[in-house]
Design a binder for this molecule. Sequence first.
Ligand code: GLC
Length: 495
Amino acid sequence: MKKSINILFAVAEAAPFAKVGGLGDVAGALPEALNKLDEFNFDVRIFMPFHARVHEYDPDRRKIGNFNFSLMSGDTLECELFIAQIGSTKVYLIDNEYINHNSPIYHGDWRLDGLKYVSFSLMVLEASKFIDWKPDILHCNDWHTALAINALDQHYANDSFFKETRTVLSIHNLPYNGWGSQEAMSQLGFSPSTDPDLPDWAKFTPLPMGIAATDLVIAVSPGYSKEIQTPEYGCGLENYLSKHSDKVMGILNGLDIDSYNPETDEIISHSFSSDRLYQRLMNKLHLQSTLGLEVGHQIPLMTMVSRLSHQKGIDLLLDSLEQILHLPWQFVLLGTGDPELEERANNFAKSHPEKFVALLKYDENTARQLYASGDIFTMPSRYEPCGLSQMIAMRYGNIPVASATGGLKNSIFDYSDGLDTATGFLSHQFSVGDFSQTLAKALSLFTDKVIWTQIQRNAMAQDFSWHHSAITYAQAYLNLINPDIPENKTLIDEA
Ligand code: GLC
């Protein structure tokens, strides 16, 4: 049997063990999709902290052992290592006094998160040595694990175990750079990056340090990989990223198309397909009646499933809805988050009870009902590295009206480019004027059943499966391992 290519996938969260957002979805699906590529021989293993949430989920697991790490201070950090599985993918759960079984995935306290993730980044490498499993690729994700890449040079430079290891850093959300972990970094023996191209503030900040040290940066969509090289989205790292653009690429995330399948989804009240859209309508009528809204197929139903954060543009959405109050529509919002935005949404619902329902909670079942019932799905994001909801919405025939940014731009085909390809509507300026006009345009086209059905069928026919993305990741890994092979030559035969 051919030797496998070992990929150490280090990440803060992975569904279904522990998930806060899209990062958890990616980690729960991409490693498995890579392991399933028959034409390659990848052995991708997830390394994640043993959070309290993992404990609650209580996966089948086995303890592998304890290992120690000597700190600069002379103290020893003791770690426990467990193994579990997500699908057929091995998951190593690491615990130590900073991670400890009781900690939330993110403390929201920079000092505690710093200690947790800086130590985790080091322990990931120690754990792979402990199990004697040499990674060909160390694939880190976001600031939480970025420092594992720096540790290769700063802690393991003379260790032949990692001599051949090449590195990848995925950027899911650039503004979260790990600022505040400085004390933890000093305590755990990290020193500032010496890369002269990094701005001074970034030299001792986890995510930029990882970006400078890694062989390849992968943003979670081609659009975002370009945007982060501009002052508007680059968070102060745009000059670094554009100067080093040869090591920056973008790969669009995928979607779990088996779990999100309107034909087999048992949670929605009526399953349907693009040939049986009349059955889809039953979901809408059911939802309207459950929520006490006027029941009628001709009233356009808009939906949104989102974390209520500044990034997601809830403020812009509410201001835009204000502009089109004279039009007939209903809106159902599902999500939790920033208390101020929750209050704004609540107030809007109180002022317009016949039009707007705010469900300030998150539950997967209601989310699926909304995807399956809505006519229009809104995503007015200020920035969106990839975004998953628009893909789920399209798969369920719920037509996105979204900002033309990041992954939204890469996954939604705008109606203005022609009905043949249209899968949604993009708003090109982040403004109330533009977003409300885009909504009004979608609402008026909704009344033309021929056009609307065509857009729905186009949207539902798109292939967002992880398989596609996994092939591109595979190619990127192999190019790193064999840099001499020309990029456009397929490596599948040689793998
Ligand atoms: C972050 C981004 C989101 C992306 C997700 C997974 O949550 O905000 O756009 O889809 O990471 O990569």
